[in-house]
Design a protein around this ligand. Structure first.
Ligand SMILES: [Zn+2]
Ligand SMILES: [Zn+2]
Length: 280
């Protein structure tokens, strides 16, 4: 009323008259009860709204509900709901569930399988479902690729190691594990070794060149370039009727790569009954 220019005395008279009409007595302290149960406070203008009647704020019109925290759902949920009606996520656990999924994704990115599983296990206790299954499947795949890469590194099979670690980086782009050389390290080694092998002049004595390649195979056991070079020297020696020398060289290759040569020999045997292990 003061805003409309009435003096204080007039305002007081008006209030007294209104109080008399409503039967309110100002002599005693007035007890006011505020009922908040079933009321929702608008996040924008802070006005209270009765949940039963309002989906949007009666004051500013903002939506009174909230969004489900499940990143795969994000449904609009009524403000007084306890559980998301679509995905059944308990809303009091919504933030925790979303954080655990985010943690699982970060751990997958790093190739940390153990922590991914732990985060999925905790999230599973809140809400089991395909969101967790897909992350656990990716963790299993990463685990398998880590084991394969570790095995290849132990055998110094750098060509195969490079192949598996590349696949690993597709699923875990920031993978790094102590004891397993990084993608960049393997790449650097392979490129440097290949460069040195290519630097062997064509004029080099073939047996000497083959021996240099055998030396490389000790440190890079599945180096196709070295294997092909040794095989071509074997063929050359056989053409020159130097069978004993050719056999010695072939024997060394078999010793260095027993598994691969065994498999190759079996395949040769199956296809044409010949099992030289060297000649195709
Ligand atoms: Zn509002
Ligand atoms: Zn939901």
């Amino acid at each position: 009323m003061e805003d409309f220019g009435f003096p204080i005395a007039v305002v007081s008279d008006c209030i007294s008259a209104r109080a008399d009409e409503k039967g309110i007595c100002f002599d005693r302290p007035v007890t006011i009860q505020v009922q908040l149960q079933g009321q929702i406070q608008c996040r924008i203008c802070l006005a209270w709204n009765e949940a039963r009647y309002y989906k949007s704020c009666r004051n500013c019109g903002s939506f009174l509900g909230r969004k489900c925290h499940n990143p795969a759902c994000r449904s609009a949920v009524p403000a007084d709901a306890k559980v998301c009606p679509k995905c059944r996520l308990r809303l009091t656990q919504g933030r925790r569930y979303a954080c655990l999924l985010e943690l699982a994704d970060t751990m997958l990115f790093l190739g940390n399988v153990a922590d991914t599983r732990q985060a999925c296990y905790l999230a599973h206790q809140i809400l089991p479902g395909p969101e967790l299954e897909s992350r656990l499947a990716r963790a299993r795949l990463i685990q398998r690729l880590i084991e394969q890469t570790r095995d290849c590194a132990a055998r110094k099979a750098w060509s195969k190691a490079l192949e598996t670690i590349r696949q690993l980086h597709e699923f875990a782009p920031h993978f790094r594990c102590p004891g397993i050389p990084s993608l960049a390290e393997i790449q650097r080694y392979v490129e440097a070794a290949r460069e040195k092998m290519n630097a062997i002049p064509p004029s080099q004595d073939p047996v000497k060149a083959a021996k240099i390649c055998l030396g490389y195979l000790l440190h890079w056991t599945d180096c196709e370039e070295a294997i092909e070079r040794i095989k071509s020297v074997c063929r050359l020696l056989e053409d020159q009727q130097k069978h004993s020398l050719a056999r010695q060289l072939a024997q060394k290759l078999v010793e260095l790569r027993p598994v691969e040569n065994h498999r190759e020999a079996q395949e040769n045997h199956r296809s044409n009954g010949v099992s030289s292990g060297i000649r195709h």
